[in-house]
Ligand binder design. Structure first.
Ligand code: F6R
Length: 618
């Protein structure tokens, strides 16, 4: 996730406006920043790695001439944060004639890059974005696609030709000395919205970027290109160039709501973002998935190290690797790793470190112990350029964009999506399950984002009511078996850290070896019970709890009559989810429950006491 912004002013200087808009988009990414303006037919570009304030203090981002320009705040996905990988990217010509900013992932960039390499283009960066600039350049003077409304200039034709070749998700914007009075921006899947003011037109990834400047917005839809000039803007379909008319929308958000896109808290915004993040996680780079799979396949022993939510993702992943690819992996809480495995880990060990921030001190300390004993380090993180990416032999980016809420939500589901894809790939490599089963599971992984979206839409109100009902309880139990034990642990962690509700989680089978002594009339017990092979036994555990007066809240498959009949309350999850993927949808109601419990109990979900987003001390 990155932030893009641009403007065409009737008069004045674009650069300071772009700079302050990027500050308002910084929550979308903050590892690099850049701007390009056009003045007197020439392009001016400033960019570098670092937070906006750091780069501004070195380069003075306000000091670029011109009334037209584009800007970008980056969250690296392809290529580590560096000056050369920062946006805007430009084509071969010197001085640059085409500058491009982009949010999203160009899935076919390797193929396009090869084609452009062969045509003699010279690439400077490791990004997918740079292909767009070269592709436009390559298309200048080429035959136009059969557009319904013929484009007005060779440069516009070149943009249409180029954008029509892109696959994946993008919101892309272009300025050029070929067409110095216009900004072109186009969208497929990544967000793009126009701001309309008396003296200017803007485009941005999100409304907050231009909200202090105008509250009149026009949404650009998937497959559309907007062309902004001083006196007008037009929207055309990318596919055939036909014109689109779209009404202005009045935006009534207060500025403090705007950053959260109208949501009251970052936590709920990020819960709602999960379908989109999961779609992005489906676009993981094949090359790195394959490399990681090869390392895992050859490993003598695999130890997964992580903390908190990331540890819960590892625990779920250990079931995935075992069931799908017959690989035994050991999830270890990072702070325990050195004590538990410090002496036994060696050159034959492979460590898969999982960390959203890539900076968690305990995880990095575990990695350091393993590195010193010559183990192979693999990483899964959200922050390309973090310490974890630098110390890993190979790493995978979980692709969920900055997570601002202290409680990890989209991190858990995106990590699980990435890990399940690894497990599936390994299963295929090892020939452990049939191609037919792999195809079915692949298809199911692709359906997960829609399922998560449906759960949020259909179950949100019900979960809210549950929070009202249970807000005054003094303790909660979370029980589950198999892979759902990880889901139970994660649901319990969210409730504790956000709503300050004491809670314990156990594998349901362990409950009668001690914890059951807590149960008395009215004690709430949450069971995570998808319809896998543990279901029958879990029903037995529910009955044990009921017999002692517990109140049962079940997270079960829709229309699971047997469970619905015995539960006091239940949340239904759509049918047809394979066991190994079940933690992704089944955790969503538990995230919502923690959030609404926090609200009911007067806690601020975005600022839980004593906690920090990234724990950089041991
Ligand atoms: C819980 C939470 C923490 C983190 C943990 C690890 O909601 O956010 O438990 O999961 O501090 O952080 P990363 O994944 O950045 O290593």
């Amino acid at each position: 996730m990155c932030g893009i912004f641009g403007c065409v002013l009737k008069s004045g200087s674009a650069a300071p406006i772009i700079h302050s808009a990027l500050k308002r988009l910084e929550y979308r990414g903050y590892d690099s920043v850049g701007e390009a303006t056009v003045n007197m037919g020439k392009l001016f570009i400033k960019k570098d790695a670092g937070k906006i304030d750091e780069v501004h203090s070195l380069l003075n981002l306000d000091d670029l001439p011109g009334e037209i320009g584009i800007g970008h705040t980056r969250w690296a996905t392809h290529g580590a944060p560096s000056r050369v990988n920062s946006h805007p990217h430009f084509s071969c010509s010197e001085p640059p004639k085409i500058a491009v900013v982009h949010n999203g992932i160009v899935e076919n960039f390797m193929e396009l890059k090869k084609e452009l390499d062969d045509a003699g283009h010279v690439f400077r960066s490791k990004t997918d974005t740079e292909v767009i600039a070269h592709l436009i350049e390559e298309n200048i003077g080429e035959k136009e696609l059969a557009l319904k409304t013929p484009s007005s200039s060779p440069f516009e034709k070149a943009i249409f030709n180029a954008i029509n070749r892109l696959q994946g998700s993008f919101a892309v914007a272009v300025v050029s000395s070929y067409e110095p009075n216009k900004v072109f921006c186009a969208r497929n899947e990544s967000p793009l919205v126009l701001g309309v003011a008396e003296n200017a037109f803007y485009f941005a990834s999100d409304i907050p970027a231009f909200l202090p400047l105008t509250n009149k917005a026009v949404y650009v839809e998937n497959g559309e290109m907007a062309i902004l000039s001083k006196n007008a803007f037009e929207i055309k379909k990318i596919f055939d160039g036909s014109s689109v008319t779209r009404d202005l929308k009045q935006i009534d958000w207060a500025p403090e709501m705007a950053e959260k896109q109208g949501y009251p808290h970052f936590m709920i915004k990020e819960i709602y973002e999960q379908p989109r993040c999961l779609r992005d996680t489906l676009r993981l780079q094949d090359k790195y998935l394959e490399l990681l799979t090869t390392f895992l396949d050859r490993a003598r022993e695999v130890i997964m190290v992580a903390c908190g939510t990331s540890y819960h993702a590892c625990l779920a992943a250990s079931y995935m690797f075992s069931k799908l690819s017959f690989l035994a992996t050991h999830p270890v809480i990072a702070s325990e790793f050195t004590g538990q495995h410090g002496k036994s880990v060696n050159i034959d060990s492979t460590i898969l470190a999982v960390s959203q921030s890539g900076e968690t001190a305990d995880t990095l300390a575990a990695v350091e112990t393993a590195r010193q004993r010559a183990a192979t380090i693999l990483g899964l993180t959200n922050v390309v350029g973090s310490t974890l990416t630098r110390v890993s032999r190979v790493y995978l980016s979980q692709q969920s964009g900055p997570e601002i809420g202290v409680a990890a939500t989209k991190t858990f589901t995106s990590q699980l999506s990435a890990l399940s894809q690894l497990a599936l790939r390994l299963a295929k490599k090892r020939g452990k399950i049939s191609q037919e089963d792999i195809d079915i599971l692949d298809e199911k992984v692709r359906r997960i984002p829609d399922i998560v979206e449906k759960i949020i839409e259909t179950q949100k109100e019900k979960v809210k009511k549950l929070a009202t009902k249970y807000r005054d309880k003094s303790c909660f139990f979370f029980l589950a078996r198999g892979i759902s034990y990880a889901t139970a642990l994660e649901g319990r962690l969210k409730l504790m850290e956000i709503a300050y509700m004491p809670a314990i989680a156990f594998p349901a089978g362990e409950s009668k070896h001690g914890p059951i002594s807590l149960i008395e009339k009215g004690f709430p017990v949450v069971f995570v019970c998808p319809p896998d092979q543990t279901r029958k036994t879990v029903i037995g555990n529910i009955m044990e709890m009921k017999a002692r007066g517990a109140l049962i809240v079940a997270i079960c498959e829709e229309n699971d009559e047997e469970i619905i009949r015995i539960a006091d309350d239940y949340i239904e999850i759509p049918k047809g989810i394979p066991e190994i993927l079940s933690p992704i949808p089944y955790v969503v109601p538990l995230q919502l429950f923690a959030y609404y419990m926090a609200i009911e109990r007067g806690c601020d979900p975005d600022m839980p006491r004593n906690l920090a987003k990234s724990v950089t001390v041991k």
